[in-house]
Ligand binder design. Structure first.
Ligand code: HEM
Length: 300
């Protein structure tokens, strides 16, 4: 009798716990639906939008960042064309346009604003600490915040010419050559995940030789993997991108005519798993510096 009462008590507790956790899941799902929206466009809708967003690279008063994607969208006026005074809302809306959910974009953008916080004047009752409420693209050049060594397309900040903002065409060329070599006879040539692993590994090995102050610690590897993963999954599709589009984004910082935002928003879980995959893939890549000579001769 006592035992069955006990059993009944625990059974009802387990049931209550289950109901509670189902309730919590339902609430979480509701909230994530509420805040998890991303913008979606058909290719035709996107073509219409692009008509009012011509490509105009930064003028003399404009500033740009080490991020090819932010620069590209500033060049088309989706972000302020001069690269200055960008608000949180502008960045979150831009992320949503790219197909990133607000539930992911919001916290990320808040983190960015926290990282690059700067005192501003005048202080107000709304902003008593006088924190800057906007950012400029050239602030992102601060080495060691998001900007890191072993970039895909930029030189390390600590080695001459001390410029981590402007693209180094040889590095983009290296990506193209790696992709071409591994997809001989296939058109259109795409830069895929295996190519990414090899290119990053080669950049890493080169930076070890060139940069006495190299920092590519685990935290930096996570940033690098996250950038590459968002790029190959929202600008590219399924971890790859045609080399024509890759060059357009990295070299000209221009939206290619045959590109439009992804239809299905990126999932947070998939994105986190991908980051691990991207880090491990680079470590496992068998690329060696000898491969650089091969890619150079292949381009001649
Ligand atoms: C608030 C939004 C963003 C900020 C503040 C930001 C900032 C940065 C910074 C500072 C870098 C330089 C890292 C380095 O040293 O290599 C970078 C690189 C990069 N970002 Fe962004 N980014 C943003 C959004 C995005 C988005 C949405 C994408 C892709 C869809 C993207 C793709 C990339 C890529 C591929 C690189 C690597 C460039 C290279 O290694 O040469 N970024 N980003």
């Amino acid at each position: 009798m006592g035992e069955s009462l006990c059993n009944a008590f625990f059974r009802s507790r387990i049931m209550n716990d289950r109901k509670r956790s189902i309730g919590l899941w339902a609430i979480a799902l509701y909230i994530s639906r509420l805040f998890g929206k991303s913008q979606r466009y058909t290719p035709e809708e996107w073509r219409e939008i692009m008509k009012s967003h011509p490509y105009i690279p930064a003028g003399e008063d404009g500033v740009r960042s080490p991020c090819p994607v932010l620069n590209t969208f500033a060049n088309h006026g989706f972000l302020p064309r001069n690269g200055r005074n960008i608000t949180k809302k502008q960045l979150v809306d831009w992320f949503k346009m790219l197909g990133v959910k607000e539930s992911m974009a919001g916290p990320f953008v808040s983190g960015v604003f926290y990282l690059y916080r700067r005192p501003s004047t005048p202080r107000s009752w709304k902003n008593p600490l006088g924190m800057a409420s906007t950012i400029d693209l050239d602030w992102l050049d601060t080495h060691g915040l998001i900007e890191h060594d072993v970039s895909l397309s930029r030189r390390d900040a600590n080695i001459p010419p001390y410029d981590a903002v402007h693209v180094v065409p040889e590095y983009v060329n290296q990506m193209v050559q790696i992709a071409q070599k591994s997809h001989l006879g296939i058109e259109p040539v795409e830069f895929d995940l295996a190519n990414y692993f090899d290119h990053r590994k080669l950049r890493w090995l080169t930076c070890i030789e060139e940069n006495p102050k190299l920092d590519f610690s685990f935290v930096r590897q996570v940033s690098a993997a996250a950038e590459a993963q968002v790029f190959l999954q929202t600008i590219g599709r399924n971890d790859k991108i045609p080399i024509s589009q890759l060059c357009s984004f990295f070299m000209e910082e221009k939206i290619p005519e045959d590109w439009y935002p992804i239809a299905k928003p990126m999932s947070i879980t998939k994105s986190q798993i991908s980051v691990v995959r991207y880090i491990r893939g680079v470590k496992k890549s068998k690329a060696t510096l000898d491969m650089l000579n091969d890619t150079e001769t292949a381009g001649e």
